[in-house]
Design a protein around this ligand. Structure first.
Ligand SMILES: [Zn+2]
Length: 164
C-alpha cells in the first residue's frame, strides 16, 4: 500500500492528509477499491469504497411464511432499498450506506428499532404487529429488495427475481 501526501487538509487539525488506495475482492460485491484519507497528527480518517463489479438492476421478493423463513440469510448491497409493504416499512440506501449480511429477522428487527424512535400511535401499532410476526408468524409478509447494483441476495430457493 502506497501512501501519498496530498494538498487536502485535515478538517480537525489542518495538517496535510495522506491518501491510501487499496484494491481487493470481497464476497458478494467482487472487486472494490478502498480509498482512505488519513491524518497522521490526529488520526482523522475518511474512507470511501468504489465498487467495480456492478450487476444488472433487480428486484428480489420473498414471502415470509414461517419461522424458518425468518432465518433466511440476506445480503443487502449498499444500493438496495428494502420494503415490507404489509407493514408499510421501507429502508432506503443512505448516503454512506454499506453492504451487510443479516437475516430476514435481523432486517425486521432493525425496522422495529427505527419505529421505536418515532413517537406516534401508528408506530406503536406497527411495532406490536412486528413483535407478533417475529414471535408467532401472526401474518404473512413480503420482503422486497430493490437493488440497482443487482448484488443483493436472499438465500432461499423460493426467492422471486425480477430483472428491471
Ligand atoms: Zn488531523
Amino acid at each position: 500500500m502506497e501512501e501519498k501526501m496530498t494538498d487536502k487538509m485535515c478538517p480537525n487539525c489542518n495538517d496535510h492528509l495522506f491518501y491510501i488506495e487499496y484494491y481487493t475482492e470481497i464476497p458478494y460485491e467482487g472487486k472494490i477499491t478502498i480509498m482512505t484519507y488519513l491524518c497522521k497528527s490526529c488520526h482523522y480518517r475518511d474512507v470511501s469504497i468504489k465498487r467495480h463489479d456492478i450487476g444488472k438492476p433487480k428486484i428480489l421478493k420473498l414471502k415470509i411464511k414461517n419461522k424458518n423463513d425468518l432465518k433466511t440469510i440476506v445480503y443487502r448491497s449498499p444500493d438496495a432499498s428494502i420494503k415490507i409493504p404489509e407493514i408499510e416499512a421501507e429502508i432506503s440506501p443512505g448516503v454512506a450506506s454499506r453492504g451487510y449480511i443479516t437475516t430476514v429477522e435481523g432486517l425486521i428487527t432493525s425496522i422495529k428499532e427505527k419505529l421505536s424512535l418515532m413517537d406516534s400511535h401508528d408506530a406503536i401499532f406497527i411495532e406490536e404487529r412486528i413483535n407478533n410476526i417475529l414471535k408467532n408468524n401472526s401474518e404473512e409478509i413480503t420482503l422486497i429488495i430493490d437493488d440497482n447494483s443487482g448484488k443483493s441476495k436472499i438465500n432461499s430457493g423460493r426467492v422471486e427475481i425480477i430483472e428491471k
